[in-house]
Design a protein around this ligand. Structure first.
Ligand SMILES: Nc1ncnc2c1ncn2[C@@H]1O[C@H](COP(=O)(O)OP(=O)(O)OP(=O)(O)O)[C@@H](O)[C@H]1O
Ligand SMILES: [Mg+2]
Length: 255
């Protein structure tokens, strides 16, 4: 009886072990696909005598869960880098891949759809819609998105995670600057993006709030495996980032 019981168990144990091995292999494979891979991107802006080299042979790879800070003087090309990474601007040459998908091979409409599903943006001002409550800012994302095969995070749970569960019914003018910024971050995460692009999230905040916001971004990057690129002038918060790169006259160098 006991021998039969053991025999009966053996296959189950083997399957269990196999499943674990496969899962680990899949995780490794998933980690090898970069959240963002920019190779040798060049971008000129303006025309005629006014042409500016915004990006000069820029390459940058960001792994899932990695948070990279971009620093550099005003006008050096930091926002241009985010625009290219997020398929808002097409570079003159180079390659841009997000989660292994070649953005430059996509038609405009396809790129816009891909952006909505895979890339989150957080702007300095929060860019919230004045008439909507915090919860509705987030609900709008899943409402506008095509639900077919797409995963969305629960708005109230996300607001809870950024510490604003109790203010879900407030409109932007009833929130502080730091709170609006947190709503902006939560909204960027609704569509479970693989890449999060953040432009100067702490510019309008005091020191304590700045640390809070960047800590929140770093935690989200780690826990949700979102590759994050954050442009900042705030040298105080660089310690929360895995890596810092510097933009000077359109060129990107490690720092
Ligand atoms: N639409 C445009 N047409 C022409 N030139 C532009 C345009 N947008 C940006 N530029 C120029 O491209 C360069 C890079 O601009 P970008 O906005 O990327 O700089 P930045 O590093 O983000 O600066 P900041 O720290 O002030 O935000 C600048 O010289 C800027 O003047
Ligand atoms: Mg900028």
């Amino acid at each position: 009886m006991s021998a039969r019981k053991d025999l009966g168990r053996t296959p189950a144990v083997t399957t269990d072990t196999d499943t674990r091995v496969d899962t680990a292999a899949l995780e490794v494979a998933a980690l090898e696909i970069a959240a963002l891979e920019i190779v040798d991107a060049n971008l000129s802006l303006g025309d005629g005598d006014q042409t500016v080299t915004a990006l000069n042979a820029v390459s940058l790879t960001v792994r899932p869960g990695e948070m990279v800070a971009v620093v550099g003087p005003s006008g050096s090309g930091k926002s241009s880098l985010l625009a290219v990474a997020g398929a808002l601007t097409t570079p003159d040459s180079g390659t841009v891949r997000v989660g292994g998908h070649d953005l430059l091979a996509m038609k405009r409409a396809e790129a816009a759809r891909f952006r909505r599903g895979h890339i989150g943006f957080v702007f300095q001002s929060g860019n919230l819609i004045p008439s909507l409550t915090a919860a509705d800012q987030l609900r709008l994302v899943s409402h506008l998105g095509n639900t077919k095969g797409r995963k969305f995070r629960d708005p109230l749970e996300l607001l809870e995670q950024v510490g604003l569960g109790h203010k879900a019914d407030r409109r932007p003018d009833q929130l502080s600057g730091g709170e609006r910024q947190r709503v902006g971050i939560a909204r960027a995460l609704v569509s479970t993006p693989s890449l999060l692009l953040v432009d100067e999230p702490t510019a309008a905040l005091d020191r304590a709030r700045s640390h809070e916001i960047v800590q929140l971004l770093a935690r989200e990057a780690r826990e949700s495996k979102v590759g994050t690129v954050m442009v900042t002038h705030d040298y105080d918060v660089l310690d929360y980032c895995d890596r810092v790169v510097e933009m000077t006259d359109g060129r990107l160098t490690p720092r």
